[in-house]
Design a binder for this molecule. Structure first.
Ligand code: CAA
Ligand code: NAD
Length: 292
């Protein structure tokens, strides 16, 4: 089955990137957000990312215009009813995701494939609540979506071979390299990456070094493109905290438990880059690290 009509639910950090790469690959894309304010912000993210590609000579202005002409921005869930594939990239909450898929299950034809971009929930927990568990996969993209080449394609014990193959072909079509992952919380990358990020926070809590020095140590000492605190702010501390809660709930292993400081930052509304402050204050003059 070839996928040409794509729906994306959520146009935050991830949904905007997923919608962009699908439209750049020639798909007809409908993106849904909860209200007009969030929709305008999401559209702005797509436009900014396309502008960046134009200014770097990676995309010509005509291709940018064509990409945008293939995208429809909406607040109506019913506008996703004629899609071949709907990819969910909303908040990391099983209740929110199940409510969304419950509605879509009723309005989309039975051929429509459902996919979740979840970081830490199991696809099974969402698929089992619909009437199409065989046509349900995980398509886990990485942030920033236009740049990161990987997609984890996640198969549950009942995902059909046709659905898995169509999802993997879609990942290739949008220019990504798919890896097959089993449906365990955290798939492959987050099983390894999330404990690393949480550990960095714990070491900072213990007073091992400052936020800047831990970041400098890991970038210059290991050649990582970002230090762990810059990465936490980039991912979003609200999302990271949810992911940690879910993985800790699944495995009951201390390495997945959200450190107290992470919870405090989230309570204070310091979600990272997206709110202007997290482990750093993201000021126009440059990042200023948290001191505690
Ligand atoms: N959107 C679109 N394009 C972007 C971008 C963005 N937000 N940020 C950077 N880019 C592009 C730039 O345009 C540039 O493209 P070209 O090479 O084609 O010119 C390229 O990326 C490099 O950008 P810069 O030179 O400005 O910056 P950089 O060299 O510092 O790279 C980075 C930026 C790619 C984000 C790099 O720092 C990096 O790889 N960081 C680590 C990201 C990472 O680990 N992501 C995974 C997060 S975990 C996750 O996603 C899973 C989960 O479930 C939580
Ligand atoms: P985000 O907070 O940037 O965006 C989530 C968006 O979903 C918000 O704009 C919100 O308004 C919208 N939303 C909420 N309910 C909705 C609904 N019912 N319909 C449509 N839109 C709705 O979050 P994000 O970082 O883009 O994460 C989205 C998903 O992708 C999460 O499941 C997260 O775990 C996963 N993910 C995140 C990253 C990352 O680095 N941030 C990487 C890979 C996967």
């Amino acid at each position: 089955m070839e996928i040409t009509r794509v729906g994306v639910a959520g146009c935050g950090l991830m949904g905007s990137g997923i919608a962009e790469v699908a439209a750049r690959a020639g798909c007809d894309v409908v993106v849904r957000e909860i209200d007009s304010e969030a929709l305008a912000a999401g559209r702005g993210r797509v436009e900014k990312s396309l502008e960046r590609a134009v200014s770097r000579g990676k995309l010509d202005p005509a291709a940018r215009d064509e990409t945008l002409s293939r995208m429809t921005f909406t607040t109506s869930l019913d506008d996703l009813a004629d899609r071949d594939l709907v990819i969910e990239a909303i908040v990391e909450s099983l209740d929110a995701k199940n409510e969304l898929f419950g509605y879509l299950d009723a309005v989309c034809p039975e051929e429509t494939i459902f996919a979740s971009n979840t970081s830490s929930l199991t696809v099974t927990d969402m698929a089992a609540a619909t009437s199409r568990p065989d046509r349900f996969v995980g398509l886990h993209f990485f942030n920033p979506v236009p740049v990161m080449k990987l997609v984890e394609v996640v198969r549950t014990i009942v995902t059909s071979r046709e659905t898995f193959d169509a999802a993997r072909a879609f990942a290739r079509r949008v220019g990504k390299v798919p890896v097959a992952a089993r449906d365990n919380s955290g798939f492959v990358v987050n099983l390894l990456l999330v404990p690393y990020m949480l550990d960095a926070i714990r070491q900072f809590e213990r007073g091992v070094a400052t936020v800047e020095d831990i970041d400098t140590a890991m970038t210059l000492g290991c050649g990582y493109p970002m230090g762990p605190f810059t990465l936490c702010d980039f991912v979003g501390l609200d999302t990271l905290c949810q992911v940690a809660e879910i993985m800790y709930g699944e495995y009951r292993e201390e390495r997945y438990a959200p450190p107290p400081l992470l919870r405090r930052l989230v309570t204070m509304g310091r979600y990272g880059r997206k709110t202007g402050a997290g482990f750093y204050d993201w000021t126009p003059e440059g990042p200023v690290a948290l001191k505690v």
